[in-house]
Design a protein around this ligand. Structure first.
Ligand code: NAG
Ligand code: NAG
Ligand code: NAG
Ligand code: NAG
Ligand code: NAG
Ligand code: NAG
Ligand code: NAG
Ligand code: NAG
Ligand code: NAG
Ligand code: NAG
Ligand code: NAG
Length: 611
């Protein structure tokens, strides 16, 4: 089993080791509780500017003898003239602090670590904050900070290694001052309202490992950064912006690049063939762009032997899906090429992706049969082939899917690995470390709806004990509903509507205790609707369009009108309380329609939950 946690490039830098050992020695030798008077004044001023007080700080009546031991404060003995004990770290994250950041914070002029994340700070970031030229870590994420960043001052932070401005309301351009910030390893500014182009000076940050600017309104070309300079970049996340133009060819020179996430932009052209020259890439998400030439793209991508996740949904509009000339992707865990309007047959090269967990190819125009070898993919837990033109029978081999039959391992429900959480710090110490481990939670389901599949629903599907969601609606399935389906004991949703099923609804289905959604509307079912706890809760619409179905239980569907009608028909009131009448129903959802709806939703309506 592969490890699904990727380690970042800098587990522990030499620099931070020094800080640590310095601190350690220092705490051994000296009573560290008193800070300098200038620090005390800055701290007092900071405290006074807050609207919510830090209860643990003994202010306003304190002298400097104890400030190093206050909550969240770290001091260090700094030699030099005058040598003194100075505040070097301030960590007040998650303290529900409210107010505006005072410019007096610049009085803590030896500060190396500042973490004010996850509070309610609002207003501008005072430009004076950027005078703190010893800062190595600045985390202001998850606040309500607004306004623009000073266009020059940030460049003073020449020691900065970690900058996190994410989840604020910052606007304006990202200052182009990175040429003097050569130590930067991590820069996160996601979910703000930054506009303008990517700062070209980022090209100078040869130590930059993580860059995430997703969910802003940045525009222009991604090629604004000269990626030849970013020799350490491991994760690049620029999705949900307004970038246009091509994916720069020079990205293929980034030997460490493991995660490339550029979804929901307006990127055009081909995926550069050389992108996989170094083969390190593991995660590639390019969905919802306007990329073209899927043949050339797949041909180039197959050189990425370590690629586990490939999301290409909403691109390549109407192209032909190649069958020949693709060797396949031996390490793929997740493939999503839905909503592309692709034509052609089911791709046989997927046969070599023995580790697939999720396969989504909905809303294309794939024709032909579903291949039976799919049943041999031992890890497969999401199969979404809905809204295509697939015909023939459903392969009975799908009932052999091992994960769905004998248990889904927790690991299989996650797809490796979008960078999100970057850890920096442990306890009250300054440690530079980074891991990335945001996973995409994969639903456990089979969706073959909206095709032209015929034949029966195999009784063997009852073996799929671990499936949560089975949607076979809008096909041409015939025969009866096998009573063995009651073996799918974890089933939550079952949709068999709009088929040609006959016979009765097996009463064994009342044993499916997790079933919360059930639909058999518009078939030719007959007989008694089973009465079991959850069957009472299913609405009328779950059964309509089957003139032969009836119920003898008090049901939410039961209406006086229907009773009266049935009595008029001379049916026995004891046996039959109502018949669900078929209603006219217009088939409105064509593929073209779905296309526009989903595209205009850009990407928040997608199949995956981002954790
Ligand atoms: C500082 O305050 C502490 C009590 O908080 C007191 O014991 C100490 O004498 C004070 N020192 C000075 C220099 O005022
Ligand atoms: C910070 O940068 C600005 C603009 O580059 C400069 O004018 C200023 O002197 C710098 N301040 C400090 C304290 O370094
Ligand atoms: C994207 O950013 C906006 C603020 O600019 C925020 O309201 C929204 O929640 C963010 N979206 C996500 C998915 O985080
Ligand atoms: C996307 O790019 C195309 C040309 O490449 C342009 O016509 C279109 O207006 C752009 N759309 C957006 C939303 O920027
Ligand atoms: C592919 O992954 C393996 C195992 O994680 C690793 O040893 C190898 O270096 C990777 N290949 C490249 C080109 O990064
Ligand atoms: C796709 O790319 C290949 C190789 O670059 C090229 O030969 C082919 O003509 C392209 N196809 C289309 C439809 O542009
Ligand atoms: C199955 O796919 C169809 C069409 O793509 C969609 O409307 C439906 O909601 C999906 N069903 C489930 C249970 O996800
Ligand atoms: C800031 O503190 C929060 C909460 O403790 C933590 O999750 C985050 O990683 C810290 N930021 C840095 C850069 O260490
Ligand atoms: C900062 O404070 C938070 C909350 O008190 C704590 O969880 C975290 O470990 C502290 N340390 C660092 C280095 O962020
Ligand atoms: C549906 O299946 C029946 C046989 O059960 C067949 O005669 C009919 O042509 C099929 N309809 C379509 C649209 O494929
Ligand atoms: C339903 O199935 C029967 C045979 O079981 C077939 O004769 C009929 O054509 C099918 N109806 C439709 C609408 O496909």
């Amino acid at each position: 089993m592969k490890d699904i946690i990727l380690m970042g490039a800098s587990p522990l830098s030499a620099n931070s080791c020094c800080i640590l050992s310095l601190l350690f020695l220092f705490f051994l030798k000296i009573d560290a509780s008193a800070c300098s008077s200038s620090d005390l004044i800055a701290l007092q001023d900071f405290w006074e500017s807050l609207e919510t007080k830090i209860l643990e700080w003994p202010l306003p009546d304190a002298n400097s003898s104890s400030c190093c031991s206050w909550l969240g404060i770290q001091c260090d003995f700094l030699s030099g003239s005058p040598s003194a004990v100075r505040v070097v770290g301030l960590n007040l994250s998650g303290k529900s602090l409210q107010g505006v950041l005072p410019n007096s914070i610049s009085g803590l002029d030896k500060l190396r670590f500042l973490n004010l994340s996850n509070n309610y700070f609002r207003g501008h970031i005072p430009p004076e904050l950027f005078y703190l030229k010893f800062l190595e870590v600045l985390d202001l994420s998850k606040n309500q900070l607004s306004g623009t960043l000073p266009q020059l001052g940030m460049g003073n932070l020449s020691s900065l290694r970690h900058l996190d401005l994410s989840n604020n309301k910052l606007t304006g351009a990202i200052p182009d001052t990175f040429q003097s910030m050569r130590e930067l390893e991590i820069f996160l500014a996601e979910s703000n309202a930054f506009v303008g182009e990517l700062p070209a000076s980022l090209s100078s940050c040869s130590k930059l490992t993580f860059l995430s600017l997703w969910n802003n309104s940045l525009e222009g070309s991604i090629g604004n950064i000269d990626f030849r300079g970013l020799v350490s970049i491991s994760s690049l996340n620029l999705g949900w912006n307004k970038f246009q133009g091509h994916i720069p060819e020079v990205l293929s020179g980034c030997k460490e690049l493991k995660i490339l996430s550029l979804p929901c932009n307006n990127l055009s052209g081909q995926i550069p063939k050389s992108l996989c020259n170094h083969g390190a890439l593991r995660f590639l998400d390019l969905h919802a762009n306007i990329l073209s030439n899927i043949s050339a793209s797949l041909d180039g991508l197959q050189n990425c032997q370590n690629l586990t996740t490939l999301f290409l949904t909403w691109n390549f509009k109407g192209e032909h899906l190649p069958i020949n000339g693709i060797r396949g992707f031996p390490n793929l865990w997740g493939l999503d090429i839905g909503f592309c309007g692709l034509r052609g047959y089911f791709p046989s090269w997927l046969r070599h992706s023995r580790d697939l967990r999720t396969l989504a190819m909905s809303s294309n125009y794939l024709t032909g049969e579903i291949p039976s070898w799919l049943g041999g993919l031992d890890h497969l837990i999401t199969l979404d082939l809905s809204d295509n033109l697939l015909s023939g029978e459903i392969p009975v081999s799908l009932s052999q899917l091992k994960s769905l039959r004998s248990g889904v391992s927790k690991k299989d429900t996650y797809l490796c690995c979008v960078p999100q959480s970057v850890y920096w710090g442990k306890g009250d110490q300054i440690i530079s470390g980074s891991t990335f481990k945001l996973y995409i939670n994969v639903p456990i389901k089979i969706n073959l709806s909206h095709n032209i599949l015929g034949g029966p629903i195999w009784s063997e599907f009852g073996h799929l004990k671990y499936i949560h969601n089975l949607d076979l609606s809008w096909n041409n399935l015939s025969g009866s509903i096998p009573e063995e389906l009651s073996g799918m004991v974890n089933l939550e949703k079952l949709d068999l509507s709009f088929n040609n099923l006959s016979g009765s609804i097996p009463s064994s289905l009342t044993g499916l205790t997790f079933l919360s959604s059930f639909n058999v509307a518009y078939n030719h079912l007959q007989g008694l609707i089973p009465s079991g706890a959850q069957f009472f809760s299913f609405p009328c619409s779950s059964f309509e369009g089957n003139p032969g179905l009836y119920s003898n239980s008090p049901h939410s569907c039961n209406s006086i009108q229907e009773k009266t009608k049935l009595k008029d028909d001379g049916l026995n009131d004891e046996e039959v309380e109502f018949t669900i009448l078929g209603l006219p129903f217009a088939i409105g959802a064509t593929m073209g329609f779905l296309f526009t709806v989903y595209l205009s939703m850009c990407c928040w309506g997608q199949n995956y939950d981002y954790e």
